[in-house]
Structures are given as structure tokens and as C-alpha cells.
Design a protein. Structure first.
Lengths: 471, 394
């Protein structure tokens, strides 16, 4: 679509032609939208105004995460024209690698995010290698193989660190601890009591073990009434040294309250001494706090993708999509650019997976099935592949359909359907609504508007800009 | 050096394959060294038996791909729908007269049309069709529970044809002229919708489809024990009868469909359309009608495979995953090759059974091995064993 500007605005330079914000008004609208997005948590129940329910904050955060993943897919599918059916598996790598880096190696969220993103990118590069020999549909089959091979590797050979089919807890992101103000030795049966008050400024307890010979020490956390604290109230990180020997634990309380820690050496341990260090840290354990990590990062990555599309690399991607033979003749290294697109797209998926892990606080392989890959492709098509805003529109459409429209429709359908079709059992309806509506929406878009919502949006924008003269 | 490579490219490629196969055999020898010969033979047999059904599934995918260039990701769910419809007609006690008449008329219409598109215009064929429909209606209403086989076959084929036609008319036909990516996504969307519909209509519980039962005792068959081979193999080899029957039926269906493609006028028209749509149109074939019939035929193939798989291992939504394991078989055999589909199915079946045999705890056979084969095929020989060579190297 040609750039259409309001009356009186003309492009006289190349910079003007390529600019994202051509008029000050474009810029103003974008900045206003961003500020409004940042103000949403203040309106929620846990914020000062208390106008809207907390679930909308979580909904926007989840949309923002999937916007990142779908934008990565957009680079691959929309700009470079390669099909990927394995994007959920790439997300799984980002999620699991960041969680394992934090749990086993003591990385913080801030260091685990880039490391896991690059790792995902490299694995995406590996599964992009068949694009040397095959293209189109065959490449889609290669990514389909990735969708099965990667979760299998995470589930069985790496079961020791990923937990296999069991869910994996992920610690909340922290800034800090700022000050360590206590340094108490701890031994058998002397409980250590500490307060975890504010959800934003949490107590961090880290236990440094002196030397552990033989069996592991049993560390227990109890609340004042003496019950063992459920794992969800705490995030635990285990530290090991280079030989794999246990050197310490770190606990971070996610819920306010009073807790007691006891450390007991199991039978067979010959030497055991623990030291406790306590401190305050800024925690992102709550949904609202995670919102302020996820949403700005998502907006930043959207703009990054928009800008990549305007560079030499982006133009090369588009030429590979439009005609790879012609691109090769123009001197573009087609294979190299396909691999670059795979890498970038997997990096985006890795970031999205990492954010998903930290937002949910818990991971399982069921979150990354083939259905999710298909869902992401569907989001992209419904939104509009190859448009900068396509990912945003598509993800918003599908998520709002799933999390707002389906719950609203469900009671009505539960009444109507058994009357119309007496053989239907009510139990089966609830879980079947989602695939039917989702697949139906995809079919409708593919038949009626294969260019997606973003195309309609462009048409609408042009119509608005040239009003009141339509021609 | 480069000249040498170019000159002996073919020989070197074959040498490379030979070395690779030798390495695989050495690895297998290492792995199988401590296993009993009887178990190995048993695994091989069950691999071939499972592979027969896979070949049938692969045939359905190949038929659609040949005719319209669409790779059908929804084939697994078409299997589920076909199997479930068969189950519904199989378990229903009796069928009303109008229902039976409608189903019989539809079946006779299908049979006559499958032979030749215009055959019903001839008075003789019309008489045969009407007579057949009346006889079938009479059998279905009078026969009662004794003829539940007839109910199920007639009902399932009508249901499958309806599914195929509806899918083709409302989702595939509007996409003519769209890029490949759209067709891939469309079949994925069909898969989602069929998933939801089967779940609403039949639920997620595994259904019992007792088609492979011993007619005398009305129970499941006991297994065949190959005692005569005991001395040679050093152990008893056990073969499941259900799988044998399913395999034989799959072969029969396979041969039947090959005969259909070779000898009937509709089958010939389908092959002509898949060779070149424009040329087919120019000699007077109705390409749109042929494409619709192709989808109906593929849906029937999917139903047969669904019924056989459901009867052999249990009918539930999980049999849709069989189609995912068949994709490697299709690529291995070649996207356009009907015989290749069968060979690919057999190979994947054997690979799967050996994977399960060597490492049963980690689901290597079902969750990993077929996809590793898929990656290898894509890297080494993307056109498959018997597929058309494409000159698209970029």
C-alpha cells in the first residue's frame, strides 16, 4: 500500500519516505497509546484506583508475550516467506533454558533472558539448516519435526533438570538483594524466623552450606501454625559448584507472612554447617509487576522488528519471499538470509518463552504442544502476515476470543446445544468450544480476508486520512 | 578434484548411502545383539502389520496431494470422524425406514457415480441403482441387529463422503489461486474444527469398537503363537490377530483403490486431473467435480483407516496422532507416488515398532523415531524414494 498522507504533506526525501512517524500527529498517537498501556495496572483492583478486575492486567500481559512470539513468526513467515510449524517448541526452549539457568546455575532473570534467547536462536538456526536444500512445504515439514523432537528431548533425556512431565517451578525476577542485614549460623532444629511482608519488597533468604558429605540436608519451611509451606508460596533456587556439589539454597517469599526455616542433616552426612543471609529485594512476583517488564519489552521488540524490516536485511527478507530466484540473481545470499530469519524468529520465540515462564511461575511441556504452534500461525494470518501490526491484531483477536468471548458464550451454548442435538453430552461442550470457534475464525479469515485485520486497518487509515474526498 | 567429484557424482552418492546403511546395520547389530531372535522377528512382523494401516492413511494424503496439490494436515481428524460415524451406526440397535432409504439411495448413487459420472442417465443403470437401493433398504430395516455390519458400512461411507464434500466445497475450493501457505493453514483449521466437532458429538472417552471379534465366542481373538518357528528362533513369536485382519483389510482396500484409479472412468479422470488440470479441462473433464470426488475418496480412505486402527487398538481422539506419524511415511515414499505411500507406511511402521522394542520407556518409537526419519529424508532425499524429481535448488 502506498503511503498516503494528509493533504499538504509530501515526501521529498528518502528519509521522509521511509519514516515510521511521518507527521507529528502519528507520533503523538503512538506515544499516547504507549502511556495508556502503562497506566492500565493503576486502574486495576490491586492498584490505587481499583476500577477494573485484575484479570485484564494478566490478559494484556499474556497478549504482549504472544505478540513477541507472533512477531518473531512474522519475521519468518510474513517477511521471509518460510513456514514454521515448530514455533511452540522454540518457545519451550526459551522457557526451559531460562528456568533451568535460574534454578540450577543461579542466574537472575536479567541474565537468563538474553542467554536463553540466544540459545533458542542457535537451535532455531539448526532447524533452519534444511532450508539449504528444501523450501516451502518441505521446510514446514522440517519445522514440524522440530516440534516433536525438541519436546521429546526436554521430556526424556533431560528429565533430570526439566522435571519431565511434572511442572517446573520458576523463581520470580528480582532486583537486589540490596542489603544483607543478617548473617546467622543455623544448625539442626534451631528454626530461623523471618517476616515476608510487602509483595514488592521481599525477604530473600539464602542458605550457604559449608560442606555436605553424604546425603543432602533436609531444608524445611514452616508457617507459624507449623504446617509445611506449599511450594507455590516460595521460589527456591539451588546453587551448585563446578563439580555439581550442593553449595546453597535461596528462598524468596512470594506471599506475605511469617515463616520459619529449619535445616537438618540427614543420616549419613558427616559434615554440615549452614549460614543464613537475609536481605530485601525488589520482586516482580506479582502480575502487575511482571506487567511492567513484559509490556515495555514487547513494545520495544515490535519497534525493533519494524525497523529490521526497513533495513537492508529486511529488504533482503522481502525479496526472498517475493521471488527467491530473482533475489539470488540480485546478489542476495538467499540461504544466508533464510538462516538469519530463522535465527531472529527463534530469538523472539525464546524471549517470549522466557517471559511466559516467569509470568506463570510454573512450566510444563503441555504449554508448548503442536496446537500452540498452529495457534500462533493462525494469529499471524488473522492479524495479517507481513504487516508490522499484524501480530498485535491477530494475538489480540484470538486471546480476546478465548478469554472473553468464549466464557460469555458458554452458558448460552450449554443451554441451546443439548436441546437442538439431544445426543450431545453437556460435559463435552465446554472443552470443544475453543477449537471450533478458533478453527472457524481461521477458516472465515482465510476465505474472506487472507490479508488479515491489518490490511483492513490500513484501508481504514487511508480512508480517514483522505476524508472528506474519497478519490 | 572437483572434476573427479562431478564425474562420479552418482557413484559417490550411492557409496555414501551404502556406508550410511552399513553404519545403521552395525548400530542395530550392537543394539540387537542381546535380544532374542524371536522378539526381533515378532517386532518386524508387528511393524509390517502396523505399517499396512499407515500405508492406507498415507494413500489418502497422497491422493489429495496428487490431485490438488494440497497436503492434508486434517487427515488424522478425518480418520477420527470416519471411525466415530462407523461406531455410531455399529452400536445403534435399529434404523428407521426413511433413514435407511436415504442412506441406501445415497450409497447406490455413490457407487454408480464412482463408476462413471453420467452412468445414472442410462435407463439400465438407473434401474440397477433403484433396485439396489430398494434391496439395501429392505435388508437394513428387516435385518435388524444381525446386519449391523451393513448399517455401519453404509452409514460410514455416506458420512465420509459427506464430510469430504463439505470440506472441499466450503474450505478448499475458495482457495483456488491462493499461495501454498494458505492451503496448509486451511487444512490445519479444518483439523481444529473437526477436533471440536468430534469432541462435542462423541466425547473424549475411548470407545469400544468390537469389529475384530471371534464370531463363535464373541470375544477378542486370542493371539497366534508361531510354535513351528520355535526351534529356529529360540523363543515363541506372538502375533496379534486383530492386527493381521486389519492388515489384510488394508491391503484389500489398497488394491481396490488402485483398481479404482486404473479401471473406472472416474478414477482415470482423477489421474488425468492430477497430471495436468488445464489439459484435463480442455479434453472435457470437469475439474471441479473431479476435485470434489477426490476429497470424498480421500475421506473414505481415512474412514477405512480410522475403523481399522480403532478396531485394532481402540477408538478415541488419539488416533488422529497416527496421521502425524504418517507424514514422514508420505515424504519417504514420495508425495506423488501411490506405491511409495505403501512402502513408506511399512518402513515407518517397522521403525516405530523397533523404536518401541529397543527403548519402550521413553516412547522413542511413537514420539521420536518417525520424525528423525522425516529430518533425514528432508536432508538426504527430499523428493522421497519414488517421488517426482523437482528441479528447485536455491
Amino acid at each position: 500500500m502506498a503511503n498516503i498522507h494528509p493533504a499538504g504533506v509530501f515526501d521529498t526525501t528518502y528519509e521522509e519516505d521511509m519514516s515510521v512517524d511521518r507527521t507529528p500527529r502519528d507520533k503523538l498517537w503512538k506515544n499516547l497509546a504507549f502511556v495508556a498501556l502503562l497506566l492500565v495496572p493503576l486502574l486495576s483492583v490491586s492498584g490505587p484506583l481499583g476500577l477494573i478486575s485484575d484479570q485484564y492486567v494478566g490478559l494484556i500481559a499474556r497478549i504482549a508475550i504472544f505478540v513477541i512470539a507472533a512477531q518473531g513468526l512474522n519475521i519468518l513467515v510474513g517477511y521471509t516467506g518460510q513456514i514454521s510449524l515448530g514455533h511452540a517448541a522454540f518457545m519451550a526452549i526459551g522457557a526451559y533454558s531460562s528456568a533451568i539457568l535460574a534454578r540450577e546455575l543461579g542466574f537472575t532473570f536479567w541474565t537468563a533472558l538474553p542467554v536463553s534467547a540466544v540459545l533458542t536462536g542457535l537451535i532455531g538456526l539448526f532447524f533452519g539448516l534444511p532450508s539449504l536444500r528444501v523450501k516451502g512445504f518441505y521446510l514446514a515439514m522440517a519445522t514440524l519435526a522440530a516440534q516433536f523432537i525438541i519436546p521429546w528431548v526436554l521430556r526424556y533425556p533431560l528429565e533430570g533438570i526439566t522435571g519431565g512431565t511434572r511442572p517446573l517451578n520458576v523463581p520470580a525476577p528480582l532486583i537486589g538483594p540490596f542489603a544483607s542485614y543478617a548473617d546467622d549460623p543455623i544448625d539442626d532444629a534451631t528454626p530461623l524466623v523471618f517476616q515476608a511482608g510487602d509483595p514488592y519488597l521481599v525477604d530473600v533468604i539464602s542458605l550457604e552450606l559449608g560442606r555436605v558429605d553424604g546425603a543432602q540436608p533436609a531444608i524445611e519451611l514452616r508457617n507459624p501454625s507449623g504446617d509445611i509451606v506449599p511450594p507455590g508460596d516460595f521460589n527456591m533456587t539451588v546453587f551448585r559448584d563446578a563439580d555439581g556439589e550442593l553449595t546453597g539454597f535461596s528462598y524468596i517469599a512470594t506471599k506475605p507472612g511469617e515463616y520459619a526455616v529449619t535445616a537438618t542433616a540427614e543420616a549419613g552426612a558427616t559434615a554440615f554447617r549452614a549460614r543464613v543471609r537475609r536481605g530485601k529485594a525488589l520482586s516482580f512476583a506479582t502480575e502487575t509487576a511482571m506487567y511492567y517488564i513484559i509490556v515495555p519489552l514487547s513494545v520495544f521488540l515490535m519497534f525493533l522488528a519494524r525497523n529490521i524490516a526497513r533495513t537492508r536485511t529486511g529488504r533482503a527478507f522481502i525479496s526472498v519471499r517475493d521471488n527467491d530466484l530473482a533475489a539470488e540473481l540480485l546478489g542476495i545470499n538467499v540461504f544466508g538470509y533464510k538462516l538469519r530469519a530463522f535465527f531472529l524468529s527463534a530469538v523472539y520465540a525464546g524471549i517470549a518463552g522466557c517471559l511466559l515462564a516467569y509470568e506463570r511461575n510454573s512450566l510444563s511441556l503441555d504449554m508448548f504442544r503442536l496446537d500452540i504452534s498452529i495457534e500462533m500461525l493462525a494469529m499471524l494470518i488473522i492479524g495479517g502476515a507481513g504487516y508490522p501490526l499484524g501480530a498485535l491484531f491477530g494475538v489480540t483477536f484470538i486471546r480476546v476470543l478465548q478469554e472473553a468471548a468464549i466464557p460469555a458464550l458458554r452458558p448460552w451454548l450449554l443451554e441451546i446445544l443439548p436441546v437442538l442435538f439431544p445426543f450431545i453430552e453437556v460435559v463435552n461442550i465446554t472443552s470443544a468450544i475453543n477449537p471450533i470457534l478458533f478453527g472457524g475464525a481461521l477458516i472465515v479469515f482465510l476465505v474472506l480476508e487472507p490479508r488479515g485485520i491489518a490490511h483492513r486497518w490500513e484501508v481504514l487509515k487511508v480512508a480517514w486520512k483522505i476524508r472528506p474526498y474519497a478519490y | 578434484m572437483e572434476e573427479f567429484f562431478n564425474r562420479y557424482k552418482k557413484e559417490l552418492t550411492w557409496l555414501f548411502y551404502a556406508i550410511a546403511i552399513a553404519l545403521v546395520l552395525l548400530f542395530l547389530r550392537e543394539q540387537l545383539a542381546d535380544k532374542k531372535a524371536a522378539r526381533i522377528v515378532q517386532t518386524l512382523i508387528s511393524g509390517v502389520l502396523v505399517g499396512g494401516i499407515y500405508g492406507l492413511v498415507a494413500l489418502g494424503i497422497v491422493v489429495i496431494n496428487k490431485a490438488s496439490g494440497v497436503f492434508n494436515f486434517a487427515h488424522g481428524w478425518m480418520m477420527v470422524v470416519g471411525g466415530m460415524i462407523f461406531w455410531s451406526f455399529f452400536t445403534v440397535a435399529e434404523i428407521s425406514v426413511p433413514g435407511a432409504a436415504l442412506l441406501s439411495a445415497a450409497t447406490m448413487f455413490m457407487i454408480m457415480t464412482a463408476v462413471s459420472l453420467r452412468s445414472l442417465l442410462q435407463p439400465r443403470n438407473l434401474t440397477i441403482a433403484v433396485g439396489g437401493a430398494l434391496a439395501l433398504t429392505l435388508l437394513m430395516t428387516v435385518g435388524g441387529i444381525e446386519l449391523k455390519w451393513l448399517h455401519a458400512i453404509v452409514g460410514a461411507s455416506a458420512g465420509a463422503v459427506l464430510t469430504g464434500l463439505v470440506v472441499e466445497r466450503f474450505t478448499i475450493r475458495p482457495l483456488i489461486g491462493q499461495p501454498l501457505f494458505t492451503a496448509v493453514l486451511m487444512t490445519l483449521a479444518i483439523a481444529e474444527v473437526l477436533h471440536g466437532l468430534t469432541q462435542i458429538a462423541w466425547g473424549t472417552v475411548e470407545l469400544n469398537l468390537p469389529i475384530f471379534v471371534n464370531p463363535e465366542t464373541n470375544r477378542r481373538f486370542s493371539v497366534i503363537r508361531l510354535d513351528s518357528l520355535k526351534d529356529m528362533l529360540g523363543g515363541v513369536t506372538i502375533v496379534r490377530v486383530e492386527l493381521v485382519i486389519a492388515f489384510v483389510l488394508a491391503i484389500v482396500a489398497f488394491v481396490g483403490f488402485i483398481a479404482f484409479f486404473r479401471y473406472t472412468s472416474v478414477g482415470l479422470a482423477m489421474r488425468a486431473t492430477s497430471e495436468d488440470q488445464q489439459l484435463a479441462q480442455s479434453v472435457g473433464l470437469r475439474v471441479r467435480v473431479i476435485l470434489a470426488i477426490t476429497w470424498a475418496v480421500a475421506a473414505i480412505l481415512a474412514s477405512i483407516a480410522g475403523v481399522l486402527q480403532g478396531g485394532a487398538v481402540g477408538l478415541s481422539l488419539n488416533i488422529s496422532f497416527v496421521a502425524l506419524r504418517v507424514f514422514p511415511a508420505v515424504l519417504l515414499g514420495g508425495l506423488e507416488s501411490i506405491g511409495g505411500a505403501f512402502i513408506g507406511g511399512l518402513i515407518i511402521g517397522i521403525v516405530e515398532q523397533f523404536g518401541t522394542f529397543l527403548n519402550s520407556s521413553q516412547q522413542v518409537g511413537t514420539d521420536l523415531a518417525p520424525y528423525v526419519v522425516l529430518m533425514l529424508v528432508l536432508v538426504i532425499r527430499p523428493d522421497g524414494l519414488f517421488g517426482e524429481k523437482r528441479i528447485e535448488r536455491i
